[in-house]
Design a protein around this ligand. Structure first.
Ligand SMILES: [Ca+2]
Ligand SMILES: [Ca+2]
Length: 452
């Protein structure tokens, strides 16, 4: 551990976390923990959830208020961080409280000779069940507000405190790669190596499960649901979608339906309700559908989806169901899930994300052209974005391709009144990803869905 005599310079560029001198490697005994409500807290070494080196430091807290860790446990470090620019560290939170973390965090306090610096991020940057990389500028900036107590000096830092707070009570969080760092201002990470010959890094090959609830309806002469209500055939629709994606992504997005599962049965709703042929036909006739939404957690569990995604067998689920099933147009499940036209499904721990797209059978158009609602381009805007396409342009192309012609814009907007909002949403996502770009690149996220 460096003392004042030697400046504490761990790195000289954005290539961080080389692990040369991190404070979080097999030394939990030197860490302290606190809880402002005096709830139980403990820190320990952990070799299972690790980002840098061979071990992280795990905090288990029962607190529902200000809680966190201190390193070292006693404020006696005397580090000279005056030539460093940042404090860097990783967190992986495991918070089962439904409302998650409370307030902007992590809050970092540097206890120094003469006083302390407190750093608070402008938003919550403690994300649940995914590694997050924090770089706290020691001088503060627009994103990290620094407040001063007393007359602190970065030349004599004695202790690092990291504060967290949850709604409800109790969570576990792992800290790793904690170190002072020097990062060139405005610097971008160095470019990565060129891809091997013959490898296109922009190519996305998604393995999709086509899952179709298409019950045989005895009260409709033994027809499948889609035929009984004169709706499009889901397998044919899917073939066209795949073709559209290939052409509209210029050959960069190549989804592959690896399995088709057509189920003679009905989906479950969140309150446990399940239609049968009679009750579903009544709902179609009256237009009064069951209001409890589609039970994603049960669907994923009943069909072993999480296991298959984790193994790499599947990347996406394309789900068809009848009108009124209460599905989102698209949603995401797994660790670090984020908004994908809906909030992510909670309660599906998985180290790989899966994107699930909901599609309804819909009536054939007058020209005999089956179509989906919502339009398929909407689902895959983020995917197309990931392969370098502009989402709104892609939406246009997908619609034009699906409809066999480029319809006048005003007319098309009337046909899909929600699309403008979707386009806006995609642009918001694009901006957010752009802001996060460097973080994503640096964080070397584990293999997961191409959306990141
Ligand atoms: Ca470590
Ligand atoms: Ca709280």
């Amino acid at each position: 551990m460096s003392r004042c005599a030697a400046p504490f310079v761990m790195v000289s560029s954005l290539v961080l976390n080389v692990g040369a001198g991190e404070f979080s490697e097999g030394n939990a005994v030197a860490w302290g923990a606190f809880a402002s409500d005096n709830a139980a807290v403990s820190v320990s070494d952990d070799a299972r959830r690790v980002r840098v080196g061979a071990q992280s430091v795990r905090l288990v807290t029962a607190s529902g208020f200000d809680t966190g860790v201190r390193y070292p446990a006693a404020p006696t470090a005397h580090w000279n961080a005056s030539t460093n620019t940042h404090l860097a560290f990783w967190t992986f939170a495991d918070n089962t409280n439904s409302a998650g973390f409370q307030g902007n965090q992590p809050v970092v306090v540097l206890k120094t000779a003469g006083g302390s610096y407190r750093y608070e991020p402008a938003g919550n940057e403690t994300h649940n069940r995914v590694w997050a990389f924090h770089r706290v500028p020691l001088a503060g900036d627009a994103r990290w507000t620094r407040t001063t107590t007393g007359a602190p000096t970065l030349g004599d830092v004695n202790q690092i405190e990291i504060h967290q707070d949850t709604w409800d009570y109790g969570f576990t969080i792992y800290y790793d790669g904690l170190e002072f760092a020097s990062i060139a201002s405005g610097g971008n990470p160095p470019p990565g190596p060129p891809p091997p010959p013959g490898v296109n890094p922009d190519l996305v090959r998604a393995r999709a499960l086509l899952f179709v609830y298409d019950p045989i309806m005895e009260n409709k002469g033994g027809q499948r649901m889609h035929a009984a209500y004169h709706l499009g055939d889901p397998v044919q629709l899917t073939e066209r979608i795949v073709s559209d994606f290939r052409s509209n992504s210029h050959g960069l997005f190549l989804p592959h339906v690896v399995e088709t599962n057509i189920v003679d049965g009905y989906w479950f709703h969140r309150d446990g309700f399940q239609y049968d042929d009679t009750t579903y036909d009544q709902a179609v006739t009256t237009g009064q559908y069951h209001s409890s939404g589609f039970d994603y957690v049960r669907f994923i569990a009943d069909n072993g989806i999480a296991t298959r995604v984790l193994s790499g067998d599947l990347d996406e689920i394309w789900l068809y169901q009848g009108v009124g099933a209460g599905t989102w147009e698209s949603t995401m499940a797994g660790d670090g899930g984020y908004w994908c036209n809906s909030s992510p499904v909670q309660g599906v721990p998985s180290e790989r994300l899966v994107c699930r797209h909901g599609m309804e059978f819909r009536a054939r158009r007058r020209r005999g052209d089956p179509f989906l609602r919502p339009p398929c381009g909407e689902h895959h805007g983020p995917l197309l974005q990931a392969v370098g396409a502009k989402p709104c342009e892609q939406l246009e192309r997908v619609h034009a391709a699906r409809q066999g012609c480029a319809r006048p814009r005003r007319r098309r907007q009337r046909a899909f009144p929600g699309e403008r909002a979707v386009g806006l949403r995609l642009r918001q996502l694009a901006r957010r990803r752009e802001q996060r770009g460097r973080l994503v690149q640096l964080s070397q996220l584990p293999r997961r869905h191409a959306l990141v």
